[in-house]
Design a protein. Structure first.
Length: 277
């Protein structure tokens, strides 16, 4: 039954008021008749009882139908809100992907990082809702780089100290960009901390261990994995052996060992994750 059809089955408040009025009127009329004309059957008890019960049951049934109608409207509203949120995320994600596409060395980075992160989250047994949150955070994790100069982002040589200061601002900048979208508050937490290290030596806040949101600990692994597995202006992609040993060597210091364990297991199960599309 559609929302529109349910609207038609709705009993108006006016009708309900009239029904309650009739019940009260009949009750008072009956009480008055019993008092003023004792022994004269103006409205019999049975007729009064049947009328009142009939109206009460009818109103109760209509109330249930109204409740159903409201639930349907509520669901439709939630669906519309989700579609609107999805459209907003897609619009922002397009910005990130367009920015990445300008540089052949970063093209597709966020999509690959996201794919690996979601699969790792599933491997860790996270709920579908948390996996979706990690998916949104993954696609938007580097949105703060939009404010960084291309000279720094596409620099072929080594980054100097000033460049690093600018680069390290991107997690917070991402949070500032997404702040107006209140429905992304949990994703913003992940985006803010995707460069924290498990040992507390990361940025921007230097938080450590399980104090770092799990989504951010997952992104830290898949982000670094994709960086090592991608070509750079100054080097070819690292070999699979080197990447695996880097992940293992930094497990417990840079990365959450539980996440590294799940990700390495995943890489063995799904060799397609090595592909750069
Ligand atoms: Fe980043």
């Amino acid at each position: 039954m559609t929302v529109e059809q349910k609207k038609k089955s709705h009993v108006s408040n006016t009708f309900k008021l009239w029904s309650v009025g009739i019940v009260f009127f009949l009750t008072f009329f009956h009480l008055y008749a019993v008092y003023a004309y004792p022994g004269v059957p103006i409205v019999s008890d049975k007729v009064l009882l049947a009328t009142v019960l009939g109206l009460v049951v009818y109103l109760w049934i209509q109330e249930l139908r109204d409740r159903e109608r409201l639930q349907a409207i509520n669901l439709a509203l939630i669906k519309a809100q989700r579609q609107l949120e999805r459209a907003e995320i897609d619009t922002i994600a397009t910005l990130v992907l367009t920015e990445e596409a300008k540089d052949p060395y970063t093209r597709g980075h966020s999509k690959r990082v996201t794919r690996c992160a979601v699969e790792t989250a599933e491997e860790l047994g996270l709920a579908a809702d948390e996996c979706r949150m990690i998916e949104r955070a993954g696609i938007l994790h580097d949105i703060g780089k939009i404010g960084i100069s291309d000279n720094i982002l596409h620099k072929s040589g080594k980054l100097n100290e000033e460049d690093w200061i600018a680069i390290k601002k991107h997690p917070r900048r991402g949070v500032e960009i997404l702040e107006p979208l209140k429905f992304l508050s949990r994703e913003n937490e992940i985006i803010c901390h995707h460069h924290e290290r498990f040992d507390g030596k990361g940025y921007p806040d230097g938080i450590k261990g399980e104090g770092i949101p799990l989504g951010a600990r997952i992104l830290a692994v898949t982000d670094t994995f994709d960086a090592m597995n991608s070509k750079r202006p100054y080097r070819e992609p690292l070999t699979e052996d080197i990447i695996i040993s880097e992940l293992k060597n930094n497990s417990g210091s840079q990365f959450d060992p539980v996440v590294v364990g799940a990700f390495l297991k995943l890489l063995r199960k799904k060799p397609s994750l090595w592909e750069q599309d």
